[in-house]
Design a protein around this ligand. Sequence first.
Ligand SMILES: NC(=O)c1ccc[n+]([C@@H]2O[C@H](COP(=O)([O-])OP(=O)(O)OC[C@H]3O[C@@H](n4cnc5c(N)ncnc54)[C@H](OP(=O)(O)O)[C@@H]3O)[C@@H](O)[C@H]2O)c1
Length: 223
Amino acid sequence: MMTSLDGKILSHGWGSDPRVEKLVGKFEEAHEKIGIRAWIVGRTTMEMNFTDYEKPIFSSNKEKLDRSDFVARTDAEAFAIGIDGHGKLGWKSGEMQEDHVITILTEGVEDAYLHHLREVGVSYIFAGKESVDLVVALEKLKSLFGIGKLMLEGGGRINGSFLNEGLIDEYHQLVLPLVDGRKDTATVFEIEEGEMKADSFLFKLKEFKQIEDGVMWLTYEVG
Ligand SMILES: NC(=O)c1ccc[n+]([C@@H]2O[C@H](COP(=O)([O-])OP(=O)(O)OC[C@H]3O[C@@H](n4cnc5c(N)ncnc54)[C@H](OP(=O)(O)O)[C@@H]3O)[C@@H](O)[C@H]2O)c1
């Protein structure tokens, strides 16, 4: 994750000064350097940064479908995975920036939505009836696609859920030399009040280094 000095993550509010844009570009550079072949994000991050708020698309096929997982391909070089329990993302293709798309759904999504995903070659797996069970999702990513290592890339809510479930083993944070300053913008880990499974979560510092343009790259072991 990439944060301001005050731990905020909503980079689109940081303006278009070329120096800021250069700093924000460090996220993609770190993504490439870490180089895990499968990355996963929450529905909001996917639609803001990748599907451009495309509305869900429905097929005209009216045939009933059971809730079996659909594996369009397993031989991709890389996988782009969205956690979209209610089928709100609009996919036009099964490939995004050359990565194969897998979407994680719950059982309530409409058949016509599933037919469309099949038609365009998006893989989907079911993890839960009404809300996404992250453990089931990860088990299926492993058993169906051979994905044993994932790079979780936000946003704050999905990060919070993974952390709360004890599903993060390593944490990388790029600290940019800028301050967001807004009182209500999101931070790296956001967990609903009353749902926290611990009073706090302890991390262990593994490495810190200064990279270009005054950015700090912190690496922690979790738990
Ligand atoms: N600075 C950085 O490094 C960085 C990186 C990534 C993203 N971001 C920013 O983060 C912002 C989005 O963050 P966000 O926290 O609002 O959204 P998010 O974590 O990307 O997505 C949250 C959504 O994921 C779905 N979801 C399904 N199961 C979930 C679960 N168990 N726990 C949590 N969510 C679950 C829900 O969608 P439904 O509501 O449809 O059920 C939920 O609303 C964007 O502005 C993005 O640009 C920043």
